[in-house]
Design a protein around this ligand. Sequence first.
Ligand SMILES: Cc1cc2nc3c(=O)[nH]c(=O)nc-3n(C[C@H](O)[C@H](O)[C@H](O)COP(=O)(O)OP(=O)(O)OC[C@H]3O[C@@H](n4cnc5c(N)ncnc54)[C@H](O)[C@@H]3O)c2cc1C
Length: 587
Amino acid sequence: MPSYTAPLDDMLFLFEKLRDNKNYNELEKYNEVNLDLVKDILEEAAKINQNLLLPLALAGDENPAKLENGVVRTPPGYKEAYQKYIEDGWISLSCDPKYGGQGMPKTVSAFFDEMLSSTSLSFKLYSELTIGAYNCLLHHASDETKDKYLPKMVEGKWSGTMCLTEPVCGTDLGMLKTKAVEQTDGTFKIFGQKIFITSGDHDLTENIIHLVIARASDSPPGTKGISLFLVPKFIVNEDGSIGARNGISTGSVEHKMGIKGSATCVLNFDEATGYLIGTKNKGLNQMFTMMNLERILVGIQGLGISEIAYQNSLTYAKERKQGKTNNTKSTNGADFIIEHADIRKSLLNMKSIIEGERALCFWLSQQTEVSLNHPDEQVKQEASDYVSLMTPVVKSLFTDLAMEITSDAMQIHGGYGFTKDQGIEQLYRDNRITPIYEGTNSVQAADLVFRKLSNKNGNIIKKFLEMVKSECDSKNEKVRSYSKELNYYLDILHKFTGWIEDKTKIEKDDVSAAANDYLKTLGYVSIGYSWIKILEVSFSDYETNKEFYEDKINTAKFYFDKVLPRAEFHYKSAISGSSNIMNFKFN
Ligand SMILES: Cc1cc2nc3c(=O)[nH]c(=O)nc-3n(C[C@H](O)[C@H](O)[C@H](O)COP(=O)(O)OP(=O)(O)OC[C@H]3O[C@@H](n4cnc5c(N)ncnc54)[C@H](O)[C@@H]3O)c2cc1C
């Protein structure tokens, strides 16, 4: 089983030194969320993750969630752990105190999400979807519905799901077949089948609140006719008590490559009672509230899995002896593999990506809070635009890089990485879903190039690039050498953006074929931007913590020398266009 120590030093460094968003710091509701409080929370979070949740990863892999006599059973240990998890209030960390939550900002809860992703992604998913559903209801449900459902969800007694996918409708939700028939009392009867539903059924909670998209009888075809319904597993009585079983049954639990502890269900809705949430035919927009936050969380899943893969690779590389290096000091026997240049490079590759990603995510958490809570509408909108731009990047790049990192971790472990002994292969398998669910990474990339670069408020990417350029214009000579390098890649990104804008008007296939490359270029540059912020502090505060900052400076150097150049490769590959791709005859 892999070991794990929460990277508290790095997390607290970010919270203390990179909480630099003026608009975020103006949010009164977080005035009392200071470093001491966050340190206490994260230390406790580390304990529950390291001691209680980490063993669940293996338990879930060896004893997957299963359907027994119509009831879905979670793996051994999940129930007890979930009970402790909700009793200690972890599920409600970021929820509104009005509904019993602890009101912590995403600048704190994102660290907890990362830890959970490192220790047991399968276990995490049971509460992650609940919080996703909570957020959707918080934004779109009536006060009456919120009062009825949210407190129990925040308490963790009821869980939530997101029911979109159907057998013939995955990416293209406009093709959905699930029907909603309005009743005289204003409720709906839901008919249809949803597949691949995470936590669709399980034995951890008293009730499950499904958020289901369906088409009302009089709605138009396509995405314009989709509405959102709350469909509980058990009907909730007027007084809030649990009533009769609703018309939802579990057809099966999927057998999967990874995250086996998570129950991925086929759900059949047969005359199930559903309650319309928000406006009819606007269901997809409402669902996007949940999906957008979920997408960032999926990016964090990739980050968390990368972190535990790195930690175990580092330990193994310090313990395993094989071969001699060019400058070996050993007279007999072999050197530790951490002495070999290629292994060192691989470890630094992981470390520089992970720490850069964590800092970018912290920046994004600040922007997300501003986009949700700032009193000034214009400030709120600008932050919202940045969040919308960066959401597909974080979702896709972090999860793709987690594939690279878990694969490299396996490589560092050699044959022992491929066998089950060390648990490294499980990290690779568990991560493999992250580039697929919540909208595949390719579809995220298309979303970025066709919809996120500009909107009715103007040219978002231009604003973003200008903001990065001005923030990286450091007064510190040492930082400036890195900024100069980043500017080179900002110029490439600028040219790449112009190319995308031009091609969008004349040859959309060129843009579609370049979308993944563009997303990666933007992602690598954005991580570079985060490293500049880290460097700024590292040089200015160097004397206060030499060892920590020396480590940061050298890791940044690796990122700029060895990782950031990938941005240019993606640009060059993309601008060769798509004619060969589109004209190629597959036999
Ligand atoms: C373990 C697991 C958990 C899941 N949890 C949930 C859940 O809780 N709720 C839920 O509703 N769904 C869930 N899903 C479903 C998941 O979100 C979908 O599998 C995913 O969105 C892709 O849909 P699909 O599988 O139908 O693939 P398809 O949409 O058929 O895609 C197949 C391939 O075609 C590509 N493609 C499709 N359309 C385009 C396009 N327009 N442009 C370019 N490429 C395209 C895709 O990128 C992909 O590579 C889960 C799936 C799994 C496996």
